[in-house]
Design a binder for this molecule. Structure first.
Ligand code: NAD
Ligand code: UDP
Ligand code: UDP
Length: 323
């Protein structure tokens, strides 16, 4: 007989996206039943096509800003466009997705007494004045800028999670995810890893915004998901917010050089204007994740970039970039 652990029915919102589709894979591997809910705004059927005939997998096309009545034991709430190009395309919808989406998923969790995890973000720290960022830092966020629909939407979602926890005794988990990359990232999402790889593979100029000395810390998707799943199964008093990311910090120039080196590309660098509110430095303090989840990332940037480059190379070979 299978253990209870293996028989859970788990909802993944945003399950056809980059992180969500990998999460569906991992949960199915663990023996769970998985319901993937997605409106396919930035996600794609391609990300889950290999799962559509899986007996424990179900896909529902649905927008989380509308109520959802299904029966599940656990909810991973990932629905929300994550790249600036996509979340700024329809900023009002972005805020609605974070805020109304959180209310609906929390309402669902409350009715079912289900455990619920929120994919929050390092953007809640805004352009941080404290470095590295730990969970007790309240952030430095512009409430009226171009990034605000995402940053403030995610901050409000955190507020809702903690109010449902205090007011309705809901079992919540809040993960603050730092920049994550890997196969199934959207090739045209304008993010730095996908941009640089696509440019390098096509011999186009590599676009450095600003002087390229701003930093980010990049976590490979497999490492990230291990932490998220550990957080979901952590004791009830571990609510987070908890930083999940790779503390190894790189400048954008270093990232470009590494990608040029791995691809063997002859692409040159070109310097462009820095977007507004672009954080100068970002690096997680992951002491809490180390302590509470006994977790730390294990995959080096070079290793993770190699598999990501292989994925994009294959998309280009098969002419699937805009498919
Ligand atoms: P993604 O854009 O690939 O995935 C988001 C998914 O949500 C997509 O499949 C999209 O179609 C779906 N979606 C968007 N609005 C929806 C709605 N209203 N209803 C239903 N589905 C909707 O992005 P991702 O990188 O996989 O990010 C997943 C989650 O993790 C997001 O909540 C994001 O904010 C968070 N996050 C990601 C990163 C990162 O570096 N990738 C960093 C911090 C936080
Ligand atoms: N909701 C949902 N599925 C459910 C239960 C609730 O989508 O199974 C939505 C519903 O639209 C509601 C929201 O979640 O507006 C918040 O639910 P809650 O019970 O917290 O508040 P209320 O129903 O009082 O607004
Ligand atoms: N960036 C860049 N060139 C690009 C895309 C992004 O130099 O083609 C920079 C961007 O200005 C930012 C960093 O890379 O400083 C990370 O950008 P991304 O959009 O990937 O993530 P976020 O700003 O949300 O961390």
């Amino acid at each position: 007989m299978r253990e209870y652990e293996e028989e859970k029915r788990i909802l993944v919102t945003g399950g056809a996206g980059f992180l969500g589709s990998h999460l569906c894979d991992r949960l199915l591997e663990g023996g769970s039943e998985v319901i993937c809910v997605d409106n396919l705004f930035t996600g794609s059927r391609r990300n889950i096509s290999h799962l559509l005939s899986h007996p424990r997998f179900e896909f529902m096309r649905h927008d989380v800003t509308f109520p959802l009545y299904i029966e599940v034991d656990e909810i991973y709430n990932l629905a929300c466009p994550a790249s600036p190009i996509h979340y700024q395309h329809d900023p009002v919808q972005t805020t609605k997705t974070s805020v109304h989406g959180a209310i609906n998923m929390l309402g669902l969790a409350k009715r079912l007494n289900a455990k619920i995890l929120q994919a929050s973000t390092s953007e809640v720290y805004g352009d941080p004045k404290v470095h590295p960022q730990s969970e007790d830092y309240w952030g430095h966020v512009n409430p009226i800028g171009y990034r605000s629909c995402y940053d403030e939407g995610k901050r409000c979602a955190e507020t809702l999670f903690f109010d449902y926890h205090r007011q309705h005794k809901l079992n919540i988990k809040v993960a603050r995810i730092f920049n994550t990359y890997g196969p199934r990232m959207h090739p045209n999402d304008g993010r730095v890893v996908s941009n640089f790889i696509m440019q390098a593979l096509q011999g186009k100029k590599i676009t450095i915004y600003g002087d390229g000395l701003q930093t980010r810390s990049f976590c490979y998707v497999d490492d990230l998901l291990s932490a998220m799943m550990r957080l979901m199964s952590s004791p009830d008093d571990v609510t987070g917010p908890i930083n999940i990311g790779n503390p190894h910090e790189f400048t954008m120039l270093e990232l470009a050089e590494l990608i040029i080196d791995i691809t063997g590309s002859s692409s040159e660098l070109v310097f462009k204007e820095l977007p507004s509110d672009d954080p100068l430095q970002r690096k997680p303090n992951i002491s809490l994740a180390r302590e509470k989840l006994n977790w730390e990332p294990t995959i080096q940037l070079r290793q993770g970039l190699e598999s990501t480059i292989t994925y994009f190379d294959d998309l280009l070979d098969r002419n699937l970039i805009n498919a």
